[in-house]
Design a protein around this ligand. Structure first.
Ligand SMILES: NC(=O)c1ccc[n+]([C@@H]2O[C@H](COP(=O)([O-])OP(=O)(O)OC[C@H]3O[C@@H](n4cnc5c(N)ncnc54)[C@H](O)[C@@H]3O)[C@@H](O)[C@H]2O)c1
Ligand SMILES: CC(C)[C@H](C(=O)O)[C@@H](O)C(=O)O
Ligand SMILES: [Mg+2]
Length: 346
C-alpha cells in the first residue's frame, strides 16, 4: 500500500526561506520510497503583507487545516511593524490550531561547542504552554504615546489550559528513562497564576507516582541551565518563561542554529506545526550563514509526530555525525543541507 504525506510549507521571512529549502531537501531524502510527499507552499509573511495588507486570511487558515503537518521557517521582518506578523500570523496559527504543547528539546551533541565548562550531559525537553499566558493579547493602553501612558498585558491562565499541558508533560516524563519533571514558574511573586500552576502540577502528579518532581522559580532556573543543566529531564512552564528559557537552552547546547521545536496539538484535531526556535535573523539573511540544522531537526520532530520514527532517528543520527565532523570551517546553509541530505539518504 502506498502512503502519502501532505505537508504545508510556510517559508516566511528572512532566513526562514533559506533554511526551509534545506529542511525539505532532507525530508525528501529521509522518506521511504513508497511514501509520496506532497508539499503546498503558502505565501505568508512580510512580502505578502506589503503586497496585500494580509497576514493570515481565513481561506488560507482553512486550507492549512487539510494538511498532515506544517513546516514553518520564520516570521518577522524589520520592514513590518513589530508584532503585526508575529501576532497576526504565527500566534494566530498556534492559537487557531490549539498548539498547546510547544515542544522544545535540547541536547548537547558530541563535539558541539558549548560555552559551559566541561561539556556536561544535556538532554532535556521544555514543554512550553502555547496558547495562554501573556501571549493572548489580553491588554491595552490608555493615553497611548503620551507621557501619561498606561499599558497592560495580562497573563491568562485557565485550569483547563494548565492541566492539559501539565498532563502532557507528565506523560512525556513518564515515557523517558529518567522520569523527572520540573515545573518552572515564579509563584513567589506571581501568586495567582503561580499557585494555579503549582496546585495543578501537584494534583496531576498524584497520577504519575513514577515521576520525580521538582519546582524552580524561573530566575533560579536560568542559573541551573548554565551551572547544572544535567539536572533537567522534562520541564513544563508557561508561554513566556518557555520562550525565554528555550533561547537560553539553545545557547548552551550548540547555538540557536541547532534548536528545533514542534507546536503540537496532541488531540490531532488540527495539524501540528514544526519550526526552528530561532527567528528570521535579518542580520544574516541572504548571506548563506544561517545554520539549517534547527529546521532539519524540526523535520525529524515532524516525522516522529506522524509515526515515521525510524526516519526521524536517521535524521538525528545524521545531524550528530555531521556535528561530530564539523571542524569550525565555514559552510553555507546549502552546503550543510546537502551534507545532511546525503547522510540521510545513504
Ligand atoms: N518562530 C518565529 O518565526 C520567530 C522566532 C523568533 C523571532 N522571530 C522574529 O524574527 C525577527 C528577528 O528576531 P531576533 O533577532 O530577536 O531573533 P533571531 O532568532 O532571528 O536572531 C537572533 C540571533 O541569532 C542568530 N541566528 C538565528 N537563527 C540562526 C541560524 N539558523 N543560524 C545562525 N544564526 C542564527 C541571528 O543572526 C541573530 O544574531 C523578529 O521579527 C522576531 O519577532 C520569529
Ligand atoms: C516570534 C514570537 C512570537 C515567538 C514566540 O515568542 O513564541 C518566538 O520568539 C518563538 O520562540 O517562537
Ligand atoms: Mg522565542
Amino acid at each position: 500500500m502506498s502512503r502519502s504525506l501532505n505537508i504545508a510549507v510556510i517559508p516566511g521571512d528572512g532566513i526562514g526561506q533559506e533554511v526551509v529549502a534545506q529542511g525539505l531537501k532532507v525530508l525528501s531524502a529521509a522518506l521511504p520510497q513508497d511514501v509520496k510527499l506532497e508539499t503546498t507552499e503558502y505565501d505568508l509573511g512580510a512580502q505578502r503583507w506589503h503586497r496585500t495588507g494580509e497576514t493570515l486570511p481565513d481561506a488560507e487558515l482553512e486550507a492549512l487545516k487539510g494538511h498532515d503537518a506544517i513546516l514553518l521557517g520564520a516570521i518577522g521582518d524589520p520592514s513590518v511593524p513589530s508584532g503585526v506578523l508575529e501576532r497576526g500570523l504565527l500566534l494566530k496559527l498556534r492559537f487557531a490550531f490549539d498548539h498547546y504543547g510547544n515542544l522544545r528539546p535540547s541536547k548537547l551533541f558530541p563535539n558541539t561547542a558549548t560555552p559551559l565548562a566541561g561539556s556536561p550531559e544535556i538532554d532535556f525537553v521544555v514543554v512550553r504552554e502555547g496558547t495562554e499566558g501573556p501571549y493572548t493579547g489580553n491588554g491595552g493602553s490608555l493615553r497611548t504615546g503620551t507621557p501619561a501612558e498606561v499599558a497592560t498585558e495580562v497573563s491568562l491562565n485557565t485550569a483547563y489550559g494548565v492541566e492539559r499541558v501539565v498532563r502532557d508533560a507528565y506523560e512525556r516524563a513518564d515515557s523517558r528513562p529518567r522520569k523527572k519533571l520540573t515545573l518552572v514558574h515564579k509563584n513567589n511573586v506571581l501568586v495567582y497564576a503561580g499557585h494555579l500552576w503549582k496546585n495543578v502540577f501537584d494534583a496531576v502528579g498524584k497520577e504519575y507516582p513514577e515521576v520525580t518532581t521538582d519546582y524552580l522559580h524561573v530566575d533560579a532556573a536560568t542559573i541551573f541551565f548554565v551551572t547544572q543543566p544535567e539536572r533537567f529531564d522534562v520541564i513544563v512552564t508557561d508561554n513566556l518563561f518557555g520562550d525565554i528559557l528555550t533561547d537560553l537552552a539553545a545557547a548552551v547546547t550548540g547555538g540557536i542554529g541547532l534548536a528545533a521545536s514542534g507546536n503540537i496539538n496532541p488531540t490531532g484535531a488540527f495539524p501540528s506545526m514544526f519550526e526552528p526556535v530561532h527567528g528570521s535573523a535579518p542580520d544574516i539573511a541572504g548571506t548563506g550563514k544561517a545554520d539549517p540544522t534547527a529546521t532539519i531537526l524540526s523535520v525529524a520532530l515532524l516525522l516522529r509526530h506522524l509515526g515515521f520514527d525510524a526516519e526521524a532517528v536517521r535524521i538525528e543520527e545524521a545531524v550528530s555525525a555531521d556535528l561530530a565532523g564539523r571542524d569550525g570551517a565555514f559552510r553555507t546553509t546549502e552546503e550543510i543541507g546537502d551534507a545532511l541530505a546525503v547522510r540521510v539518504a545513504g
